[in-house]
Design a protein around this ligand. Structure first.
Ligand SMILES: [Zn+2]
Length: 136
């Protein structure tokens, strides 16, 4: 179900809790909400729809990919850039890494470990920060 997007920074700075298989509906809602906003949004975290669980969805070109309990384990190639956020207005400066290693559970709660680069890596870093209550 498409959910409304949270803009309240006091809520967005709260750290999210680990997700469990009981959070399946939130994963579906997050994918639906990202799709509904795909013209100006490439990724979302569950707290952006009011659910404080460590779930993110990332637009990887064809389909949105859900990553549950994502952890960035390695970062390389720092750079400075500007980003926007569906929950915030305007663009803001931020610090990112070109290449990251991420461990996460897929939608079937199977453990994954993957390396990401470039724009997809940037989206993941932004969304993982949402899970940690960090805003750009
Ligand atoms: Zn954001």
């Amino acid at each position: 179900m498409i959910k409304s997007v949270v803009h309240d920074e006091a809520r967005l700075v709260q750290r999210s809790q680990p997700a469990t298989p009981a959070d399946g509906q939130t994963i579906t809602d997050l994918i639906d909400t990202l799709r509904a906003n795909q013209e100006n949004c490439v990724g979302m975290a569950a707290n952006m729809i009011g659910v404080n669980r460590r779930i993110i969805v990332v637009d990887m070109g064809i389909l949105p990919v859900a990553m549950i309990n994502p952890e960035i384990t390695k970062m390389a190639g720092p750079y400075d850039t500007q980003e926007g956020c569906l929950s915030l207005s305007g663009e803001r400066p931020t610090h990112r890494f070109k290449t990251i290693d991420v461990t996460f559970l897929n939608q079937n709660f199977q453990k994954q470990r993957q390396t990401f680069t470039g724009f997809v890596a940037q989206i993941i870093q932004h969304e993982v920060e949402h899970c940690n209550g960090i805003l750009i």
